[in-house]
Design a protein around this ligand. Structure first.
Ligand SMILES: *[C@@H]1O[C@H](CO)[C@@H](O)[C@H](O)[C@H]1NC(C)=O
Ligand SMILES: *[C@@H]1O[C@H](CO)[C@@H](O)[C@H](O)[C@H]1NC(C)=O
Ligand SMILES: *[C@@H]1O[C@H](CO)[C@@H](O)[C@H](O)[C@H]1NC(C)=O
Ligand SMILES: *[C@@H]1O[C@H](CO)[C@@H](O)[C@H](O)[C@H]1NC(C)=O
Ligand SMILES: *[C@@H]1O[C@H](CO)[C@@H](O)[C@H](O)[C@H]1NC(C)=O
Ligand SMILES: *[C@@H]1O[C@H](CO)[C@@H](O)[C@H](O)[C@H]1NC(C)=O
Ligand SMILES: *[C@@H]1O[C@H](CO)[C@@H](O)[C@H](O)[C@H]1NC(C)=O
Length: 534
């Protein structure tokens, strides 16, 4: 019995191409939005371009902002850029410009810049780019900067933006290169990060530090654990932290590199292995493929994970929504799939997959060959083993050599909720409002393209779960990039690229961040969603 597990084959891509013109089959038609915002629509909404209090126009060049991260805490927005951190109050709402109330300049010191330049990096890279921006407690931010390829982190006062205490090393917490994707999350006082630990960006890790428990990491240079991962998101759910990423699949015996999307998890209370096996490393790290595919005779997979939401309750289920695309060298296409966290967790209770020898294909591990207690489980006081460091070597060895689960996580409804194949730009960001509409009981999904176009959909979680009616309606489309304020430059690294899309439900707004600006647009131009539906 052969099950289709592979990536899209050439014939599947061809088929996709053929179907783009046709009406039925693999893909449903892609109707246009019910409404498109007029061109001048954006001029009415505020933008942050680096202006401070009391200035009439931005004195700084928006190019210098180089925004990397934004963090909204209630009615305050923190913006981390290159060498600078800003605090912007979202209240009272303004119609013209968002200005910072505080600004902290945190440049790299000259010796770090010199070392960076000596190692052959460009002047523009040898600066301090804010790559981690988190709330640590009620009044403290935790900020890490790439610091001219010598990352550092420190606490900062939320109120004054002044540093609190000493700098600590940013290694394994923050990337060296500002271009690298990284993920960071605090839980129970512990910092969970996913990044690279070295200048050459070869050693990828999921790392835990700070807090009361030992520092832990993933196994170094083991392609079973990671192969060129690109980290996208992390969420806390139950007793685990889940990491979403994409990487090169090692379980396919193909010659060409194939990217797949994954979810991995670790126990929050992991204490590491024994002095013999997995010492100071995770004993609970497991990963599984995410299956976002269009059913049909020739199964089409969207393999390139771009963004994931936090866990929201949809139709009574704990769900994350994820946006995927096709690889950049293939036909542009994007899809949104929903994953139920209970189904994600169930896959980690399922079969493991292994490769018996370097030449053999990957196969499920028979259940009678899996040691007990189950590898990857969370040890806890009161159980047979009260801490992971007490696990027998047999368990630890099994986890070390079997991080991959056999099953892929199915998407809710076994099909994407939204598919877009006729767009010029891929969709790379997603935000969800589960309390939309006049009665606060409707679900609206916002999708952002690379260039800042936002597509707004109404979805019915229950309909999609049962797969009966069409699960979504395309309500409207609007731009969020303001070339008049943020710069006219076309794509590229430094200009017109959507970094993040965040819903600010309290003000009914959407915050779209680009390297040179943050734009705030209202989400409900159609005053009530039901009014937009025919
Ligand atoms: C992905 O899901 C589809 C639809 O349920 C299924 O047919 C296919 O076998 C799954 N693929 C993998 C790799 O599990
Ligand atoms: C922390 O970093 C800042 C900016 O690089 C620097 O001015 C300060 O001296 C550093 N402090 C320590 C203790 O290294
Ligand atoms: C944000 O608002 C909530 C509810 O008003 C409050 O409990 C919380 O302390 C606020 N957070 C911060 C960091 O001020
Ligand atoms: C940062 O703040 C936390 C509390 O929020 C504190 O426990 C920690 O010691 C501080 N770290 C430094 C380096 O000051
Ligand atoms: C969707 O289904 C769940 C569970 O079956 C139910 O609790 C919920 O009320 C339903 N929601 C709607 C809007 O029908
Ligand atoms: C586990 O039990 C041992 C004794 O059997 C004890 O020394 C140790 O402190 C316990 N560890 C935890 C985390 O409870
Ligand atoms: C939302 O609530 C209204 C009023 O209670 C109800 O008529 C409507 O069917 C609900 N919609 C959904 C999607 O549950």
């Amino acid at each position: 019995m052969r099950t289709p597990r592979g990536p899209p084959s050439r014939p599947a891509l061809l088929l996709l191409l053929l179907l783009l013109g046709g009406a039925h089959g693999l893909f449903p038609e892609e109707p246009p939005p019910l409404s498109v915002a007029p061109r001048d629509y954006l001029n009415h909404y505020p933008v942050f371009v680096g202006s401070g209090p009391g200035r009439l126009s931005p004195s700084e060049d928006a190019d210098d902002l180089n925004i990397q991260r934004v963090l909204r805490v209630n009615r305050t927005l923190f913006i981390g850029g290159r060498d600078n951190l800003y605090r912007v109050e979202l209240e009272p709402p303004t119609s013209t410009e968002m200005r910072y109330q505080r600004k902290l300049t945190w440049p790299s010191n000259p010796s770090d810049i010199n070392v960076c330049r000596m190692k052959g990096k460009q002047e523009g890279e040898c600066r301090n780019f804010v790559k981690v921006l988190l709330l640590r407690d009620e009044s403290t931010l935790f900020v890490c900067g790439s610091n001219a390829f010598n990352p550092v982190c420190a606490n900062y006062s939320m109120d004054t933006l002044q540093p609190l205490g000493d700098n600590i090393s940013g290694m394994a917490r923050c990337p060296y290169d500002p271009k690298h994707a990284n993920v960071a999350l605090f839980s129970e006082g512990m910092l969970f990060t996913a990044t690279v630990t070295d200048f050459l960006a070869i050693d990828a890790v999921i790392y835990r530090s700070l807090g009361d428990r030992p520092t832990l990491r993933t196994v170094k240079h083991d392609s079973k654990w990671f192969k060129e991962p690109y980290f996208v998101h992390a969420v806390e759910w139950g007793s685990h932290i889940y990491f979403f990423f994409r990487e090169i699949a090692m379980e396919f015996n193909y010659l060409e590199k194939v990217v797949v999307s994954r979810v991995a998890r670790v126990c929050k209370n992991d204490m590491g292995g024994s002095p013999r096996v997995l010492e100071k490393q995770w004993t609970s790290f497991l990963k599984a493929r995410l299956n976002c595919s269009v059913p049909g005779d020739s199964h089409f997979y969207f393999n390139v994970l771009q963004a994931v939401t936090g866990v929201v309750s949809l139709g009574g289920r704990p769900v994350v929504l994820a946006v995927f695309s096709t690889p950049s060298n293939s036909i542009p296409g994007s899809a949104v799939c929903a994953f139920d966290m209970t189904q994600v967790a169930a896959v980690f209770e399922g079969r493991f997959r292994e490769q018996k020898s370097p030449e053999s294909i990957w196969t499920p591990v028979p259940e009678d060959q899996v040691p007990r207690p189950r590898p990857g489980c969370c040890a806890a006081p009161g159980m047979q083993y009260n801490a992971s460091s007490a696990f027998p070597d047999e368990i630890l060895n099994f986890v070390k050599t079997h991080p991959l689960m056999d099953e892929a996580v199915p998407s809710l409804g076994h099909a994407p909720w939204i598919v877009r194949t006729l767009m010029r730009h891929q969709l790379t960001r997603v935000a969800v409002d589960v309390g939309a509409g006049p009665w606060g009981n409707q679900t609206v999904v916002f999708l952002g393209s690379e260039a800042g176009t936002v597509l707004k959909f109404l979805v019915w979680p229950n309909a999609s779960a049962s797969g009966t009616t069409g699960p979504s309606v395309f309500l409207e489309e609007f731009e969020t990039y303001r070339p008049d304020r943020c710069g006219w430059s076309g794509g590229g690294e430094t200009g017109h690229r959507l970094l993040s899309l965040e819903l600010d439900a309290a003000s009914g707004g959407l915050l779209a961040a680009f390297p040179r600006c943050v734009v705030r647009v209202p989400v409900a131009r159609c005053q009530q969603y039901s009014g937009c539906m025919k």
